[in-house]
Design a protein around this ligand. Structure first.
Ligand code: GUN
Ligand code: FE
Length: 418
């Protein structure tokens, strides 16, 4: 791949709390990696002219449900367990039909392609073939990340349940057949403790560790869910302990939500390097509560942001930045012990480098990082202020006023995908 350089208004975060930027700068890429950000035009690279555009790192969505995109924005007046039973499980059951999956996943992949997201960790359904098709759609769109065939062997409706051995067998087939993909890798995906028996969880833990695979699940999202887990697993110290006992926590694991972690669970996640996928839109829509991210970040737990489509009602990671800041303000005002609200550069960091750390070196423009880049034309935001605004101020306007904008160009590992 020949070197190229994007000329535009370049902005990124290397640490929470402060932006780096270069107005009218040159972001040079070689062999799929960031080489430099400079104010001088490089002599030996093709220049892609994006003058006046915002150029920032592609964002990482650490948790979304692909089959739920079809009903995103509907049925938002219930809490988690009722919402799952009444709306989510019946919709997911439709993905037994690969033709339905083909239609729905094509729309999802196209919409993801046109937003700011470059990396994803995605739930499919229990259906292996539809989930392999989802991987193909995401790979064809040029995106990178992980996809999981969901495992569910208990407390689920007849239309969306597997028996334990079938779930194990199909997970193994899923892992085998997904070796056909390059930028999308398989993730071991127990839905959550209520829908997975102890034997299934432990076998999935074994498959993950033997094959060194990523893992994704849900943890401590809703108070009724947490009480139910206590009833189902009376032997466990707490909810996170069930995943720990199955060997499912670690640096390659994402736990979505974590609204209600207790001190022992916080320590368990921190010491294992497990990532939290904070899902502010979903926390609000399902009245789950607000994950105290300031507390978790101060404690040193790895974390990023996520849409949790369709608990979350937008696929835009720019909107999740606004939502993460917004819910942190409400939490702080109602409980000052939760700590200061997230600031704009902190929330941008979580959406880019913070969550990106799950996938390796992505989400920043430091040399050697994967060249995952989003380019947005913010001139569509009409304001008399614009000529006087700094690059960080323009990024803030994009987040608050036009988060559903379509990207003008996008790159993943240096390859232009849009
Ligand atoms: N917990 C178990 N399944 C789900 C799901 O599909 N969405 C959310 N938000 N939480 C879950
Ligand atoms: Fe979820």
């Amino acid at each position: 791949m020949a070197a190229f350089s994007i000329h535009g208004d370049i902005i990124w975060t290397e640490e929470p709390g402060s932006f780096r930027y270069a107005e009218g700068g040159y972001l040079t890429v070689d062999e799929g990696k960031i080489v430099s950000v400079s104010s001088d035009r490089p002599a030996d690279a093709e220049v892609i002219d994006m003058e006046g555009r915002l150029v920032f790192p592609g964002l990482s969505d650490l948790h979304l449900h692909a089959p739920q995109y079809a009903f995103m924005g509907l049925h938002m007046d219930e809490e988690l367990l009722e919402w799952l039973n009444r709306h989510t499980f019946p919709e997911e059951a439709k993905y037994r039909d690969v033709a339905y999956a083909e239609k729905a996943y094509s729309i999802l992949a196209d919409d993801l392609l046109h937003g700011a997201t470059t990396r994803v960790s995605v739930f499919g359904t229990i259906h292996t073939d539809s989930t392999l098709l989802l991987m193909r759609k995401l790979e064809e769109a040029g995106l990178a990340g992980c996809v999981g065939k969901v495992a569910m062997d208990r407390n689920s409706p007849d239309i969306l349940i597997e028996d334990t051995d079938e779930s194990i067998r199909e997970t193994e087939r899923f892992v085998r057949e997904s070796s056909a993909f390059r930028s999308i890798t398989p993730s071991i995906t127990p839905r959550f403790v209520p829908s997975c028996s102890d034997r299934l969880l432990r076998t999935l833990g074994k498959i993950a560790s033997e094959n060194d695979l990523p893992v994704q699940s849900h943890l401590d999202e809703n108070l009724s869910e947490i009480s139910w887990v206590q009833e189902l697993c009376p032997w466990s110290e707490n909810y996170a302990d069930v995943y720990r006992a199955a060997g499912l926590l670690g640096r390659k694991t994402i736990m979505a939500h974590c609204v209600w972690l207790n001190d022992e669970e916080m320590e368990m996640l921190r010491s294992t390097g497990t990532f939290i996928a904070h899902a502010p839109s979903s926390n609000r829509n399902l009245s789950s509560g607000i994950a105290p991210m300031r507390k978790y970040l101060d404690f040193g737990i790895n974390a990023g942001l996520s849409t949790d489509v369709a608990g979350g009602s937008s696929i835009s990671m720019l909107r999740m930045i606004e939502d993460a800041i917004g819910v942190s303000k409400l939490l702080w005002r109602s409980d000052s012990s939760a700590g200061r609200p997230l600031t704009f550069p902190e929330a941008f960091y979580l959406a880019s480098k913070g969550g990106g750390a799950y996938f390796g070196r992505t989400g920043s423009f430091e040399p050697g990082y994967d060249a995952d880049i989003a380019v947005f034309d913010d001139s569509v935001i009409k304001t008399v202020l614009r000529p006087g605004l700094s690059v960080p101020e323009r990024l803030e306007l994009l987040v608050y006023r036009a988060p559903e904008s379509r990207a003008e160009a996008k790159f993943v590992k240096g390859r232009r995908i849009l």
